[in-house]
Design a protein around this ligand. Structure first.
Ligand SMILES: Nc1ncnc2c1ncn2[C@@H]1O[C@H](COP(=O)(O)OP(=O)(O)OP(=O)(O)O)[C@@H](O)[C@H]1O
Length: 231
């Protein structure tokens, strides 16, 4: 479960969110939608505790933003899989090594690493490119590798910040389908996006950033915008 309680977030003393109260239940897939600069990345960074809230508390994967110690942040992140718009793969290492690296740092044994890496690559349909350098793959394939990397530690939550921002519409939908498949295994998936077409393709709980807050919203039939869902 993810829970925001009376949460205020500021960046350089500028309020970005005020008094957020929200719960995301186990097994949910949630879109965080909002125009550029509205605060999607800020919210996701707060969720992986890159940004400390100004007030209130955020609870995620059993950790509380008010009480978490600095040395515990890497432990929290082991329970989260983070996916970025620009993939952030290590370009001088093979696809396999990009995933293995994540497990080596926590001292996983070689044989188990092999099993987990191949399993994660299979789940995004990429076991046949394990030996390739990321640069040899298409953007969509690189994003699938980054999703596999997020999965390899068997996270409780996947946080994806504009995961389709660098991809064409068809590939974007393909990426969303992989994220949905992961969600169907019970992992919470939170997707920050300004790509309303993506949400339209596969409507799911959508939280729209409006006036430094989050409102439950749904895509309006035949229109380009959202409308708030009546409480
Ligand atoms: N390090 C920072 N210091 C001060 N202000 C910042 C910082 N990072 C972002 N901001 C501001 O905070 C607000 C939210 O930014 P954020 O990047 O979270 O928005 P976003 O919705 O993710 O935008 P985009 O879709 O363009 O990535 C913006 O007004 C931005 O200018």
């Amino acid at each position: 479960m993810i829970s925001f309680v009376n949460l205020d977030i500021e960046l350089n003393r500028k309020p970005v969110f005020s008094n957020l109260n929200l719960t995301i239940q186990p097994g949910e897939l949630v879109f965080i939608a909002g125009k550029s600069g509205s605060g999607k990345s800020t919210l996701l960074k707060t969720m992986y505790m890159e940004i400390k809230p100004k007030k209130g508390e955020l609870i995620i994967a059993g950790y509380n933003s008010r009480t978490i110690k600095k040395r515990e942040i890497p432990l929290l992140r082991r329970k989260l899989g983070i996916v970025f718009q620009d993939f952030r793969l290590l370009e001088d290492r093979s696809v396999y090594d990009n995933l293995a690296f994540v497990l080596k740092v926590t001292g996983t044994k070689e044989k188990l690493i092999r099993e987990k890496v191949m399993h994660a690559l299979e789940s995004v349909g990429l076991s046949d490119v394990a030996g390739e350098l990321p640069i040899r793959l298409s953007g969509g394939e690189q994003q699938r590798v980054s999703i596999a990397r997020a999965l390899v530690r068997e996270p409780l939550v996947i946080l994806a910040d504009e995961p389709t921002g660098n991809l064409d519409p068809d590939t974007s939908i393909e990426i969303l389908e992989y994220l949905k498949k992961i969600n169907q295994k019970g992992i919470i998936v939170v997707i920050g996006t300004h790509d309303y077409e993506l949400i339209r393709h596969s409507p799911s709980r959508t939280l729209l950033i409006q006036d430094r807050s989050l409102v439950e919203a749904s895509i309006r039939e035949g229109a380009t915008g959202f409308r708030p869902v009546p409480a």
